[in-house]
Design a binder for this molecule. Structure first.
Ligand SMILES: [Mg+2]
Length: 256
C-alpha cells in the first residue's frame, strides 16, 4: 500500500512562540526547587535578556529551569550569555553539579508548575502562548493538498495537545518528549508515512537527522521564524533547506 504523505513539525519555535510561558514556568519551577522566598525578587517577571539569548541552544524543557537557577548564582557564567552558550553543554553540566539536580527532577518540577497553572486558570495559560503569524492557517491548509501533518516536540504530550486544540489544530500524530528522541520518532513515523518534510528551528536537531542513516533522506527545513542562532542560516549542509515564512505559504511540492 502506498504510504500517505506527511509533514512533521517541531512545536515551540515553529508553531508557537512559547518564550514568555517558558520563562514564567521555568522561573516558578526554579523558585520552588530552591525553596527560598528571598530569591523571588532576584528573578524578574519579564523574560531576562540572557534567557532570551540562550534560548536557541536549549534542547529540552528542563534546561530552562536550570538557566533560571543560574541567573540566581552570583558567579555563574550566565552573566556572560555569549560565553555561556559557547560552552553550553559544559556549562549546563557544571550547573547541574552545582545545584545537585538531575534533568528528570527539573522536568517534573516544570510539568507540575504547568499542571497547576492550567488548573488555576486554563484560559490564561493558553493565552500565554502565541502562535506565529500565519502558521495556524497554513497548517490547516495542508488538508487541501491531501497531506497529513504531525507534531514532534520536546514538550510533554498533554500540554502540547491542549495548546494545539486551543488553536484548532488537530495533527494526525503527536509525540511529546515521552515518545523518545526526535530521530527515533521520525524513524517510527516513516514506517507508516512518507515524510515530505521535517520543520524545526534547532539546526543541530536537523543535523542529527541528516547524520542518522535510516532517516537521512528526510527533507529537513530550518524555520527562519523560530529561535535561531546568529549563524544558523548560513552555510547549511545539503539536505537542510532554509524555510522562510513566504516559502512556507507555498504548496509543499513547491518548497525549496
Ligand atoms: Mg523548536
Amino acid at each position: 500500500m502506498k504510504k500517505k504523505p506527511i509533514v512533521v513539525f517541531d512545536f515551540d519555535g515553529v508553531i508557537v512562540d512559547g518564550l514568555v510561558e517558558y520563562w514564567n514556568s521555568a522561573r516558578e519551577a526554579c523558585l520552588q526547587l530552591v525553596g527560598n522566598e528571598k530569591f523571588e525578587k532576584q528573578l524578574p517577571l519579564i523574560v531576562p535578556i540572557a534567557f532570551q539569548e540562550i534560548r536557541p541552544w536549549v534542547k529540552d524543557g528542563w534546561e530552562m529551569v536550570l538557566l533560571a537557577a543560574e541567573l540566581l548564582r552570583a558567579d555563574s557564567p550566565i552573566k556572560y550569555p555569549k560565553q555561556f552558550s559557547d560552552e553550553y553543554q559544559t556549562n549546563c553540566h557544571e550547573a547541574l553539579k552545582f545545584w545537585n539536580w538531575n534533568p528528570k527532577q527539573l522536568q517534573i518540577a516544570l510539568d507540575n508548575v504547568r499542571q497547576k497553572a492550567i488548573q488555576k486558570n486554563k484560559a490564561k495559560w493558553l493565552a500565554s502562548h502565541r502562535p506565529f503569524s500565519g502558521v495556524v492557517d497554513r497548517i490547516q491548509n495542508l488538508n487541501d493538498e491531501q497531506i497529513e501533518w504531525a507534531v514532534v516536540t520536546t514538550k510533554s504530550t498533554q500540554f502540547t495537545f491542549q495548546l494545539l486544540n486551543h488553536f484548532n489544530l488537530l495533527p494526525t500524530l503527536l509525540y511529546g518528549y515521552e515518545g523518545g528522541s526526535k530521530p527515533e520518532i521520525l524513524l517510527e513515523i516513516s514506517k507508516d508515512y512518507l515524510i515530505k518534510g521535517f520543520i524545526e528551528d534547532r539546526r543541530s536537531t536537523l543535523e542529527t537527522v541528516l547524520n542518522t542513516p535510516s532517516i537521512s533522506w528526510i527533507p529537513c527545513y530550518l524555520a527562519t521564524w523560530g529561535y535561531l542562532k546568529a549563524n544558523d542560516a548560513q552555510k547549511l549542509p545539503a539536505g537542510i533547506q532554509l524555510l522562510k515564512p513566504e516559502d512556507f505559504m507555498y504548496p509543499v511540492a513547491d518548497w525549496p
